[in-house]
Design a protein around this ligand. Sequence first.
Ligand code: 5GW
Ligand code: MN
Length: 367
Amino acid sequence: MQQEKYDKSSWRKKCFYFLTYMFVLILVSYCWFSVKGRSIHSHVAIFCNPQTNTSRLDHLKEYSLERMMYEKPNTMNPPRTDVLMMTPWFAPIVWEGSYNIDILNAQFHQRNVRVGITVFAIKKYTVFVQTFIETAEKFFMVGHKVNYYVFTDRPNDITNITLPEGRQLVLLEVPSYQRWQEVSMRRMEMIRDYSRQRFINEVDYLVCVDVDMKFSDDVGVEILSDVFGTLHPGFYRATRQQFTYERRKESTAYIPPDEGDFYYAGGYFGGKVEEVYKLTNFCHNEMMTDKNNHIEAVWHDESYLNKYFLYHKPTKILSPEYLWDNGFGVPAVLKRRRFVAVPKNHNAIRNRRALSEDRRTTLKFHS
Ligand code: 5GW
Ligand code: MN
């Protein structure tokens, strides 16, 4: 009996403990889940709460133009009807009369734009540097911040030119290649490498041009855009069939006869540093692929540039006003000659082997 009584109370006790245990367990797990659930909710709430939300849009710099006096643009009367001023992908083609430089200067001054201009002066081409910079000081990006980047194998041959505040000359010593084709083509690789290391930290835009040139009229911020190319003076009236694109399928620069918008000049392209990096990286890589396959595109770097622009459309195009050669005369559509080839004494400037492969002789033939 005693034993039975004892067992009964012990069973009750056990029951009590068990129920208490279960109650505590349910209570704890309820609290735990509800806290966890709440914390998930509060996590979401942080993102939705407009009070604690931050955005880049809260820190935008406000740009606004001053009051300006100029002729009203006329919707029904375009400034030029003799030339194409817009591509089918809505990139402007820059001709005299198509822009108002005062509006553009005001916009670019507010943004405190910095422009780098690259030229290569390898071997005897150092003779062109002085005229290039002296004329650029008169006409290129006047009033804006400019860095001249002169790539050369002969830094001692470049006479130091004193420049005003906000403009500087930077000499970049680079190797010279034996073949002139290689001298021309390796520009892509060097511009790419310096864009990564240096230009991206120093300038907003790059303008990459030939050095055997002089400025003879204004070249300003109207040329600037994400990525721009220039109509070759020998081909701006030409048909697709006349364009001297690379036509051998074996080359990466190959363009089929039923494709192509314009024939862009190898001696004048540019854009934001990031875009120039992408362009030069593409061209250099395609050149290296071809080199491994023992093929070189017919017009060297220019052929690869034309391939790039076919499938990566430029956001602005410069008319031949920006890259002229007086060997082509002075057509009526050309209201200004801003940047003109300096006639080369081919015997003195180029080596004898280069003569037989002269580029311009062929260009004249095609124009
Ligand atoms: C030398 C011989 C034949 C072709 C090019 C060169 C050469 C070109 C050179 O010895 N040194 C040199 O620095 N260059 C760079 O490549 C110059 O920046 C030059 O403006 C650019 C393209 O060569 P160009 O200007 O002779 O090409 P075209 O088509 O304007 O006559
Ligand atoms: Mn040239």
